[in-house]
Design a protein. Sequence first.
Length: 32
Amino acid sequence: MENSHTFSEMYSSVQDLYISIFTTFFLKNYLS
């Protein structure tokens, strides 16, 4: 279960990272 928990945390942080990147690109394209 420890591996599962670690994977869950990793997935969560990766998801946040992609959301930040997507938001940044979206704002750049929208504002430029």
